[in-house]
Design a binder for this molecule. Sequence first.
Ligand code: PMP
Length: 423
Amino acid sequence: MGEIVSVDRPARHSTGLEPLRAQFPVLAQAVNGAPLAYLDNAATTQTPLPVQDAMRRFEQHDRANIHRGVHALSQRATDAFEQARNDLKRFVGAGAEHELVFTSGTTEALNLVAHGLSTSGAAPAVIQPGDEIIVSGLEHHANLVPWQQAARRRGATLRILRPDAQGRLHPEDLAQLLTPRTRVFAVTACANATGERPPFEALLALAAEAGAFTVLDAAQSVAHAVPGLSALDCDFMAFSGHKMYGPMGTGVLVGRRGALERLEPLRYGGDMVAWVSATEASFAELPLRLEGGTPNVSGAVGLAAAAAFIDQTGRALIDAHLSALRAHAAAGLAGLPGVTVLSAETGASAIVSFVAEGVHPHDIGTLLDEQGIAVRTGHHCAQPLLDHLGLGPTTRASFALYNTHAEVERLLAGVSHARKLLR
Ligand code: PMP
């Protein structure tokens, strides 16, 4: 495995990443006549060869439906799926009190929680009329809209933990919002629109102490700063495979067994039932109870391979590298006239979001694309946060372990050029 040596060499011409980059064939292409600089990793990262190989191996040798088969391939597929579950539990620091459910991504995982706590089944729904749900103001729509719907469905009240003018969250503000009626508190481990890393450990602890179910959206942190589940007051944590060098359409809901047991399933059908009569059914134990239907088995295998890839590369090295790239980009952008960097002075990592006075982000993104630089523009599915900060749409560059300081320099030159051209 290649080393991430640019941490030691923040000088602009890092060459130590070549062996690592060679694991990602998609990077070795020209786009619009220039080498691709892929800086849209908060939307989706690329997958390395070991992840592609693990999935191809499964597809070529072991592919079969799981859990119900007596034949060899079905048993091998079941073993591969359950091994992936165990590997991923270890990856997030799950303990004996935790269980892991495969989903199609963070969105499905968070919908499963919001739906599961607000729907009655054999037991009454956890969220009752008059209860309160608190969601942070940093959230992706995937960790806001399901709670809006849950509140509406149950006649509960949705409260927002508002960030300050710099986009930071404060535990003392949460303490003010918590009441004996607070059933749920949901927060991100890293804001996708700004890169802000809130003090989620303290926030979750406060909410848990107040008796609320706690939900952590780890979609943006799991690739470089995996929250250690056993050290957190966290009932439910969600993340997506495609943001951590794994396959698209894969994801995880992992959490406390006792909390997961309170969820009414989102999908009824095969694999999640214990027995079925013509008029009634009883459900299987966790985790199958929440995994109705045939899962994405090769995806789960690929996701576990992605976790192994992260660990072999080194979590601390990846995190340090992404922080260095972010600091380089944020300082360079803030030095350009008329450019404002979001979460400029906070502990943000991996993501840099900015606005340039008088220039629309879409135009910046288009001009960067003409130079082979891929960034994302718009509201990044976090419109309430950007409205709150008074900034509107932004341009966002986001980094992965294969990005280089030379690519950051290209970004800075490209933004500077775009600004001069468009103003
Ligand atoms: N939460 C955050 C913080 C995200 O950044 C994203 C994806 N942009 C999601 C949730 C939703 O993830 P997915 O689309 O993979 O379900």
